[in-house]
Design a protein around this ligand. Structure first.
Ligand code: FES
Ligand SMILES: [Fe+2]
Length: 476
C-alpha cells in the first residue's frame, strides 16, 4: 500500500505526509480548549498551571561536547543531586543489589528490608575492586578479589587471614554509605551528605502523582539505548513537542503536537516541569487531509486498540472519546482495575514531567512511559537513554517480574527488535537526529554556536539551562 510505514509488530501507519513548507497556522488549538471540549473539569492538566516563564538566555554549544563540562557536571550535578539509580522492583528480594554507574563513579544499591534500601560507594576498602559489577544477591556483600565480607548494612564482617591486617577495623574499613530515598517506586541516590531531602527536589510531583502513585506500576518493558550524543541533547529532544511536525510527521494525524501545553513550577527547588500533548487529536497542519476518523484508525493501530466502526470518530471530540474508552477497556482487561472514573485526558493525553537533572516520569495512560538519560562514561559525545513502560499492577496486587532489558547498541535500529512494536518505530525517529545534532554542535560557526529556543514550546529547555548554569556557576 502506498505511504505505509511498517512497524515491527506488523501494524501500520499510513503516512499522510508532512506539513507543507510555507503553511502558517492561524490561531492553532490549545490543549486547554481540546480538553475543555471533552466536557470534564476534574483531573485534567490545565488545572495545575505552572508559574515560571524562563527568560531568553544564551545556551552555548560547547557544553554539549567540551570535556571540561563533564568534570563540572560530576562536581555540581552527579555528586550533588538526587538521581534515579533504579526502580524498587529491580531489587525484589532482600539482599538484591545492583551497580549504579554515573560518569566514572559507581554506587552499589541494595535492598536491606521490605521497604528499605541502602547505597554505598561501590569500591572495596581493601584494594578498590568494585563490589558489584552489575547485579547480584546474597545475605552479605563479598568482594570478588580477596573475599572481604560486609553486611548488608556495609559493616566489615570478615577479612580472610585476618592476622595479616591487625591495623584494619570495622570502624575505618566498612563501606561508606550515601543517601537513598524512594518515591513512586523509584530509588533515588544522592552522594552529597548535606543534601536536602528528596521531597524538595520532587516539588509538585508529590501532589500531582498522589492520586496515581507510580509505586503501583511495574516495569513491563525496559529498553537501554546507546546514543551518539551528549546526554543533555538527548533528553532535550524529549522536552518539547515541536519536533513532531518533522521527526514524527507520520504521527501528526493522532498527536496534536502544536497544542502542546508547557508548565514549569517554582514549587520545591523549581526543578519540575511538564509538557502535555493531546492524544488522538489531529494536528492542524494535516487536518485538511486526514479526517478525525482516519486519525483514529491510526491511533488504534498504534495503541493496539480495536478499530472504530464507521460512525465513530466523525468529530474530533468523538475520536477522543472512542480512543479513551477503548483504552479503559484495554487496561481493565489487562489489570482487572476499574478505569470508568478516569477522564478522557488521563486516558489518552501524553503528559511527561521532568525533574532536574534527568528524571522523566509520564502521567496518565496515554503513554505510560518513564525515561532516564545518563552520560555514558566520561565521553561527552555518548549517552544512554533508558525507557520503561510502566503499567498498573494488576488488581490482585501481584507484581510481574522485571523483564531483562532490551539493549539497542550504537547505530542499531530499535524497530529491528520485534518486542518493541510501535515503540521501536518512535525511538528510531527520535534518535535518528541525535548524532547529526552532536556533529552540528561542532560544525557551527562561532557566532551561531548557541541554541535558538522558541518562546513557549521550548521553554523547558531554557529552564533546564537556567538551573544548569546556576549549579555549575556559569556566568554567561
Ligand atoms: S579488593 Fe576487595 S577484598 Fe581485596
Ligand atoms: Fe519524539
Amino acid at each position: 500500500m502506498d505511504g505505509v510505514a511498517n512497524t515491527a509488530d506488523g501494524s501500520y501507519w499510513i503516512n499522510y505526509g508532512k506539513a507543507e513548507p510555507g503553511s502558517k497556522l492561524i490561531d492553532p488549538p490549545t490543549l486547554d480548549k481540546i480538553v475543555a471540549a471533552d466536557g470534564e473539569t476534574r483531573d485534567v492538566p490545565f488545572l495545575t498551571p505552572g508559574d515560571l516563564h524562563p527568560e531568553p538566555r544564551l545556551i552555548p554549544y560547547d557544553r554539549y561536547f567540551d570535556p571540561k563540562y563533564v568534570a563540572l557536571e560530576v562536581e555540581h550535578i552527579w555528586d550533588k543531586e538526587w538521581q534515579i539509580a533504579c526502580r524498587e522492583e529491580d531489587l525484589p528480594n532482600i539482599g538484591d543489589r545492583l551497580s549504579y554507574d554515573i560518569v566514572n563513579k559507581s554506587y552499589l544499591v541494595v535492598r536491606t528490608g521490605e521497604n528499605q534500601f541502602r547505597a554505598f560507594h561501590n569500591s572495596c576498602p581493601h584494594r578498590a575492586r568494585k563490589l558489584c559489577d552489575h547485579k547480584g544477591s546474597g545475605t552479605g556483600i563479598q568482594c570478588g578479589f580477596h573475599g572481604w565480607m560486609f553486611g548488608l548494612d556495609g559493616k566489615l564482617e570478615w577479612v580472610p587471614f585476618e592476622q595479616e591486617f591487625p591495623h584494619v577495623t570495622a570502624k575505618d574499613s566498612s563501606l561508606k554509605e550515601i543517601k537513598v530515598e524512594s518515591w513512586g517506586g523509584n530509588v533515588f541516590i544522592n552522594p552529597d551528605p548535606n543534601a536536602a531531602p528528596l521531597k524538595e527536589a520532587l516539588g509538585p510531583l508529590l501532589s500531582h502523582f498522589e492520586k496515581w502513585p507510580q509505586e503501583e506500576r511495574y516495569t513491563a518493558m525496559r529498553v537501554l539505548v546507546k546514543v551518539r550524543c551528549n546526554w543533555k541533547a538527548a533528553q532535550e529532544a524529549f522536552m518539547e513537542g515541536y519536533h513532531v511536525v518533522e521527526t514524527h510527521a507520520d504521527g501528526m494525524p493522532m498527536f496534536g503536537s502544536v497544542a502542546t501545553r508547557i508548565d514549569i513550577w517554582s514549587e520545591g527547588k523549581g526543578y519540575v516541569s511538564r509538557l502535555c500533548t493531546p492524544g488522538m487529536t489531529t494536528d492542524p497542519y494535516v487536518s485538511h487531509k486526514v479526517s478525525p476518523h482516519q486519525g483514529l484508525i491510526l491511533y488504534c493501530n498504534a495503541q493496539e486498540l480495536p478499530l472504530p466502526p464507521d460512525d465513530r470518530g466523525q468529530t474530533p471530540e468523538d475520536a477522543r472519546k472512542y480512543a479513551a474508552q477503548a483504552k479503559r477497556d484495554q487496561l481493565q482487561k489487562l489489570t482487572g482495575r476499574d478505569y470508568s472514573n478516569e477522564t478522557v485526558s488521563y486516558m489518552i493525553d501524553m503528559a511527561k514531567y521532568f525533574m532536574f537533572p534527568n528524571h522523566h516520569p509520564w502521567w496518565g495512560e496515554g503513554l505510560p512511559w518513564w525515561y532516564n538519560f545518563k552520560p555514558l562514561g566520561d565521553d561527552p559525545n555518548h549517552s544512554e537513554m533508558e525507557i520503561r513502560i510502566l503499567l498498573p499492577i494488576p488488581a490482585d496486587g501481584k507484581r510481574p517480574p522485571v523483564p531483562e532489558p532490551i539493549r539497542v547498541d550504537f547505530d542499531e535500529k530499535a524497530a529491528d527488535n520485534p518486542a518493541l512494536g510501535a515503540t521501536g518505530h518512535i525511538i528510531d525517529q527520535d534518535l535518528a537526529n541525535m548524532n547529526a545534532v552532536q556533529l552540528g554542535f561542532k560544525a557551527a560557526p562561532p557566532e551561531q554556536a548557541f541554541l535558538t529556543t522558541s518562546v513557549y514550546q521550548e521553554a523547558k529547555i531554557r529552564r533546564f539551562h537556567e538551573i544548569y548554569d546556576a549549579k555549575l556557576g556559569l556566568n554567561l
